[in-house]
Design a binder for this molecule. Structure first.
Ligand SMILES: C[S@@+](CC[C@H](N)C(=O)[O-])C[C@H]1O[C@@H](n2cnc3c(N)ncnc32)[C@H](O)[C@@H]1O
Length: 347
């Protein structure tokens, strides 16, 4: 074979080469130590975030150290120690290697997000979903981000799509980062932040702003697309009931007649059903108390765990839900009069 290739065997020399730690990658070294494969990890700025299985926990510090040695951009390695089950959707975690610095700077599609990873929600696996939704936003659309986190929908919507944005999060630490990230990304367009419960945000900020847009349409004929993003998959569907009768009290003259003036929803949820689309549609319809419009769409965002999907349902919130009279108000003047009498008697 060598002769055929015209290689002179005399030119070969023998060397002793000592292979050591430096010659192997992290994905070669770690299984060699722990005798099993360690599942993947996320990188959030200088932090590597692992979710180690019980059987390899005894090796956690060495696993962390190998990652630090092999990936020079890493300064901190943490391991998830509990499920995301709290209101603010942040992980419980422990430091397994490196410095105890949780203030991360992450990049997503060219935008910079700074936050305390131990206090807020951040998931690099949602980056395509953020981009998918942002790509559907047009200049001068109004975006109401009910569960905005540190801004991965809100900041690109304002900066790259030039949308008017209202971003809200209940977690004070997310809110603080959101405000900071607006400055970091040098946003010059209109963006408002708030630190409210989602229902409060919808009633006190989203509602008056939508009314303003509808009034403006009546006066000028200028249509504004209204987009509501609700990314709190564990509870997002439940929050949609806030839209029931939200505009029941408004002047008939400003009620829009065309569906494209109604808020367009992006509602996220989880499902463990074998028929995810049917399950999500049924739950959403039973919460809002009406059928979804025919042109609704359901997007499978990602597989979160075996048999657990994250989905996004998009639709124009039906007029009959927004303008429906509240049940007690729909009972006619007699009942209203009686209620007022009772209230007066009780006061
Ligand atoms: C799954 S995270 C999504 C964050 C961000 N939109 C993203 O895509 O990364 C949900 C966010 O909702 C916030 N949150 C939880 N309960 C809330 C509530 N009742 N009102 C407003 N925000 C809430 C959490 O603090 C968290 O930042």
């Amino acid at each position: 074979m060598f002769k055929k290739a015209d290689v002179d065997l005399e030119s070969f020399q023998q060397y002793d080469i000592e292979l050591c730690y430096e010659n192997w990658t992290a994905s070669e070294i770690i299984p060699a130590i722990v005798k099993t494969n360690v599942s993947g990890f996320s990188i959030i700025g200088h932090i590597a975030h692992l979710n180690l299985k019980e059987e390899v926990l005894q090796y956690k510090h060495i696993i962390g150290q190998v990652l630090m040695d092999k990936k020079p951009s890493l300064k901190t390695v943490v391991n998830k120690t509990g499920q995301i089950d709290n209101t603010f959707r942040n992980f419980k975690m422990e430091l397994i290697a490196g410095e105890d610095n949780m203030i991360a700077q992450a990049k997503e599609h060219g935008f910079t997000f700074e936050f305390d990873f131990s206090k807020v929600y951040w998931n690099p696996r949602l980056s395509s979903e953020h981009q998918r939704v942002v790509n559907e936003i047009k200049k001068e659309d109004v975006v109401y981000d009910v569960f905005a986190g540190v801004g991965p929908f809100a900041i690109p919507a304002a900066k790259s799509r030039k949308a008017i944005v209202f971003a809200n999060d209940l977690n004070p630490s997310s809110y603080e980062s959101l405000c900071k990230n607006i400055k970091l990304n040098k946003i010059k367009t209109e963006i408002h932040c708030s630190n409210l419960d989602g229902r409060e945000f919808i009633k006190t900020i989203v509602k008056p702003d939508i009314l303003k847009r509808w009034e403006n349409y009546m006066e000028t004929g200028n249509k504004t697309n209204l987009k509501v993003v609700m990314n709190l998959p564990a509870l997002g569907i439940e929050f949609t009931d806030t839209f029931q009768s939200l505009f029941a009290d408004i002047d008939e003259n400003i009620k829009p007649t065309s569906s494209d003036l109604l808020p367009y929803m992006y509602v996220y949820c989880f499902t463990k059903s074998e028929t995810p689309e049917a399950d999500v549609k049924q739950r959403l319809e039973s919460t809002i108390g009406s059928q979804l419009p025919d042109n609704f769409t359901i997007h499978n965002v990602r597989n979160v765990a075996p048999n657990k999907e994250m989905m996004c349902v998009s639709f124009h919130m039906p007029a009959e839900i927004l303008f429906r009279q509240k049940p007690e108000e729909g009972c006619g003047p007699e009942v209203k009069k009686r209620r007022i009498e009772l209230e007066e008697n009780n006061s």
